[in-house]
Design a protein around this ligand. Structure first.
Ligand SMILES: *Cc1c(COP(=O)(O)O)cnc(C)c1O
Length: 351
């Protein structure tokens, strides 16, 4: 891989106030696709792209991305969490969007090189990490609606703090009754750009009413629970952990899968099945909804304190983080930052 180092290193941000996705490191990885094949990846100084205004990703959104994190412990050991799973999922997204697939194992090696080059950007305070954003975009100069022949794959790195400004405080979630995120047969399973654009309006309306996020229902009956904007959702009812089954419109979250494995190993009963909003509301009214939480790379585990449905605020676990949410959070973050042994083989060592 060709590596061109920057001549002018950027100033580091205040690591106590990182927020999410606001600062980017000195370098990025770029790999182009042309004449039916991927060209050699390169590491170059972080810089703007120059694009013709007719470039097709800017019109039709043929673009996909991923999100994963790297960590550095007190001894300087650098790791990534389940990176092969992200590359597998990105290749699935690529197939769905008629984009070329790539060698995921080789890409993990390339990302490792990039992370090591910018390793002085990895924050080490609790709750912080280096967020890795692999992205692939169509890059034909043409307005015709068809799959592109040219693509850019790039990876950028961002030191991040907690995803939500309020950290681990429980979130207020509005169950969305009007808009839907993804119908069966659509692109709900992919991390593709258009999914997020289509979700913004409902999110903005919920924010205006004082809620942090929306919880989507299925696109057909608006009856079954799907997921939150960038998180999968879990409920604990009568001590049983329940999360919606991956029916085709729900993102296959890697944190979701990790949470299921961690909780099952600890002896909890976990069910992946269809769960209706009525079942959740009924359980809450009868005092049987013990906990609810979201899972995703950005926030890891995010407890839900309020669920809003049909004009009513339903309070979950006294608006506090519950014991199962806490256990999942402590265990997964413990494995990620090396405080706990990696019993599942999830940690990829960079150095
Ligand atoms: C990324 C994402 C998730 C969480 O997936 P992780 O692999 O756990 O980060 C859940 N839902 C949506 C819509 C997402 O984009």
């Amino acid at each position: 891989m060709k590596i061109t180092l920057t001549k002018q290193k950027k100033q580091k941000p205040d690591y106590k106030n990182l927020g999410f996705g606001k600062y980017f490191t000195d370098h990025m990885l770029v790999m182009t696709y042309s004449d039916g094949k991927w060209n050699e990846p390169e590491i170059v100084p972080y810089a703007d792209f120059s694009m013709d205004p007719c470039t097709n990703v800017l019109h039709y959104g043929q673009g996909i991305f991923e999100g994963l994190k790297a960590y550095k412990d007190a001894d300087g050991k650098i790791t990534m969490f389940r990176p092969y799973d992200n590359m597998r999922r990105m290749n699935k997204s690529a197939e769905r969007l008629s984009m070329p697939t790539f060698d995921g194992e080789k890409m993990v090696e390339c990302i490792k090189e990039l992370v090591l080059i910018d390793s002085d950007w990895i924050p080490t305070d609790p709750g912080t990490a280096l967020y890795i954003r692999p992205t692939m975009i169509a890059n034909d100069k043409a307005l015709g609606v068809h799959a592109a022949h040219n693509y850019i794959f790039y990876v950028i790195l961002s030191p991040v703090g907690s995803y939500y400004a309020h950290g681990l405080a429980p979130t207020k979630i509005m169950i969305e009754e009007e808009y839907v995120r993804a119908p069966l047969g659509g692109t709900g399973e992919c991390k593709c750009m258009g999914n997020y654009a289509a979700s913004l309006l409902a999110g903005e309306l919920a924010n205006k009413k004082g809620y942090d996020q929306v919880l989507w229902l299925d696109g057909k009956d608006r009856k079954y629970i799907e997921e939150v904007g960038a998180m999968n959702i879990f409920f604990v009812i009568d001590g049983v952990v329940i999360t919606p089954a991956l029916v085709g419109s729900i993102l296959h979250g890697i944190t979701r899968r990790s949470t299921i494995e961690v909780l099952e190993k600890a002896g909890y009963k976990v069910e992946e099945r269809r769960i209706s909003v009525d079942e959740v509301v009924k359980a809450q009214k009868e005092g049987r909804l013990n906990e609810s939480f979201g899972t995703g790379t950005a926030a890891v585990i995010s407890p839900v304190g309020v669920l809003h449905y049909k004009g009513e605020d339903l309070i979950v676990n006294n608006n506090e983080m519950g014991p199962i949410s806490r256990y999942a959070y402590d265990t997964i973050t413990g494995i990620q930052n090396g405080r706990l042994p990696d019993e599942f083989g999830w940690v990829y060592r960079c150095n």
